[in-house]
Structure formats: structure tokens, C-alpha cells
Design a protein around this ligand. Structure first.
Ligand SMILES: [Zn+2]
Length: 148
């Protein structure tokens, strides 16, 4: 995939940053499209891993499958992103490292956790989160997180 090209983005999603989808990650995005948060699993040693990759870091097998996560986790750490601007986003946004209950860690945006008041939930380390799925268009559904 080449550098972001605003002209190539569908009009319905002006400026949003789209993920790179390849052979190792297609299963993840096929999962979000049907409301599943999928974690890659090694068929040989059952190790779970995120982000997805072509081979198992534990046993080096290329035989891979996936499990469907419960969609719950805990905030390990987070940042409040205020600058620079992010295409398709109204700042600030909260980006967290989330420890899924299955034992892998992933990065995600926490909605409704904007700091500085406004009635939003205040995010903190250790907070329990629940995944949601935000459909962007026919080709992209993004996982987002909220307080459980
Ligand atoms: Zn393995």
C-alpha cells in the first residue's frame, strides 16, 4: 500500500486512516466486519499472538488459525493524543494499551474517555474495557473500546 492519498478515500469516510490488510491480517478485519475480535493462534502449540504475523514466535510454525476473543480487557497504559491532528479524528483522543483477558496486548482507541470533563468517563490504568465495532464502510469496520 502506498502513502495516504486523500483522493482514494471514499467520500463517506473523509480522511480516515485505513489499516494495511495483508495475508497475515485479513482474518482480523474479516472478524471485525462480523463483530468478532479475533486473535491469531498457532495450530501447533496453541500460543496466542498479537499483532498477527506469518509464523509463531514460540515454535516457528506457519500453521495458524485464530480464536474469537471475549472482547474484554484492562487498560495497561494510555496516552491522550492532543497534537498533531489525526485525519478523520476530533482531538483529543485516548489511545490505550489493552491487556485482553486472553493474555495478549493490543492498541486501541477508547471512546467516551476524553479527559478534561465534558461528562466523559475518566480513563485510568486498570480500568475494565469492552470492545465495540464501528462500521466505516463496506470494506472497513474498526474496533473501538469503552468502559465495561
Ligand atoms: Zn507455535
Amino acid at each position: 500500500m502506498s502513502a495516504p492519498n486523500p483522493a482514494a478515500v471514499p467520500a463517506a469516510t473523509p480522511g480516515i486512516i485505513r489499516p494495511m490488510v495483508g495475508r497475515d491480517t485479513a482474518f482480523f478485519w474479516e472478524g471485525t466486519a462480523v463483530g468478532e475480535l479475533r486473535i491469531q493462534r498457532c495450530h501447533d502449540c496453541d500460543a496466542l499472538r498479537f499483532p498477527p504475523g506469518p509464523s509463531c514466535p514460540r515454535c516457528h510454525s506457519f500453521d495458524q488459525g485464530h480464536v474469537v476473543a471475549a472482547g474484554t480487557g484492562t487498560v495497561f497504559s494510555y496516552v491522550v493524543h492532543r497534537h498533531p491532528p489525526v485525519p478523520g479524528k476530533e482531538l483529543p483522543i485516548v489511545i490505550a494499551l489493552i491487556d485482553l483477558d486472553e493474555g495478549v496486548r493490543m492498541v486501541g482507541e477508547v471512546a467516551d474517555a476524553v479527559p478534561d470533563g465534558g461528562g466523559a468517563e475518566e480513563i485510568e490504568i486498570g480500568m475494565r474495557l469492552q470492545v465495540d465495532f464501528r462500521r466505516i464502510d463496506d470494506d472497513l469496520t474498526l474496533p473501538t473500546w469503552r468502559k465495561a
